[in-house]
Design a protein around this ligand. Structure first.
Ligand code: NAP
Length: 300
């Protein structure tokens, strides 16, 4: 029996592990992919207090090492179900079952797709969801970035240093992401904004060759690009746990301010939680709150 099983090794889950270990609870962290979550793809974090500049990879690695050095056990297994046995929760993975007194769901979110025909087929053949992972393949080529949030803005800025030309395509004329990044993009000669427009078709042979873009008046144009970075937001990863937690219309987990769900002993933390501000600093804050509440729950 473990005290706390944390599902997800992103900033929320790893922070929860740090707090739980410092409260002397045994902790297993289950991670389906690699540690770090979404932040691992951010080239440069500039808004985390005390770290004026740090790469997402370095940031994630530091929390991972911190959690491990405090004694959190990290296992790379995907949690597919939580069974509620009252005082004992069983977290089920493909390989094992883990009994715990409390569970913290910190599963974050997955890339939202544009939903275009051939989008999946062309992923890895011109279509990408991660500029820092795949950007180097497009050195001196023309690319487009779709989206208007911080990820799209940062991807466009990252690609402006690598690609010959970057089109930033956003469905509105105002960006959701930070103004400072928008200003930086405006100062780049090789970045063009394509606003009030959506990507409506992918044209490809074996690889992506061009994209069709349709503006709000229905005017269709073609951009010759060999790369399209899709950064149109994320979808929360709560589906496997919906029998124990309430989800809102968009699939985010409902919880109280202290990260408790409707099931005693099951907590949520991070980007999969319904809340206003989804940032690194609020993910870490959620992890601290959820772990503190889980410890209180176990000790009560
Ligand atoms: P986001 O903020 O949700 O933005 C998604 C963008 O995609 C929005 O501009 C949205 O348009 C657009 N969009 C959504 N669905 C679309 C569709 N089907 N077709 C075309 N466009 C679509 O997502 P994100 O940029 O991935 O960021 C997620 C969270 O992480 C945010 O809270 C963000 O601030 C945070 N983040 C922070 C940093 C940082 O602090 N350095 C870096 C990256 C991400 P509308 O604007 O019209 O809705």
């Amino acid at each position: 029996m473990t005290d706390i099983v944390v599902i997800g090794a992103g900033p929320a889950g790893l922070t929860a592990a740090i707090y739980a270990r410092r409260a002397s609870k045994s902790v297993i962290v289950l991670e389906a992919l690699s540690y770090g979550g979404q932040i691992i793809n951010t080239p440069d974090i500039e808004n985390y207090p005390s770290a004026a500049h740090i790469s997402g990879f370095d940031f994630a690695t530091k929390i991972y090492e911190q959690a491990k050095s405090l004694g959190a056990e990290i296992k790379f297994e995907k949690a597919v179900e939580i069974r509620d046995g009252g005082d004992v929760k069983t977290v089920v993975t493909a390989k094992n079952e883990y009994d715990a007194k409390a569970v913290i769901i910190a599963t974050g979110s997955a890339n939202r797709k544009l939903g275009l025909p051939d989008e999946d087929k062309l992923t890895g053949r011109g279509v990408s969801y991660c500029a820092t992972c795949d950007g180097a393949f497009f050195r001196n080529k023309k690319v487009a970035v779709a989206g208007g949030g911080n990820t799209a803005l940062e991807d466009a800025l990252y690609m402006a240093d690598i690609a010959e030309k970057v089109y930033l395509i956003h469905r509105r004329d105002a960006f959701r992401g930070e103004d400072t990044t928008v200003e930086r993009l405006k100062s780049r000669d090789n970045v063009s904004f394509v606003l009030n427009s959506r990507v409506t078709k992918l044209n490809a042979g074996r690889r992506l060759e061009s994209i069709e873009v349709t503006d709000k008046d229905g005017k269709v144009s073609t951009l010759e690009v060999s790369g399209l970075f899709v950064a149109v937001g994320r979808v929360p990863e709560n589906q496997n746990f919906s029998s124990l937690i309430d989800l809102d219309e968009a699939g985010y987990a409902a919880s109280s301010e202290n990260c408790r769900t409707r099931t005693p002993g099951v907590f949520v933390a991070g980007d999969n939680r319904a809340k206003e501000v989804r940032q690194l600093v609020t993910a870490a804050a959620d992890g601290a709150v959820a772990a503190t509440e889980a410890v209180k729950y176990i000790n009560s």
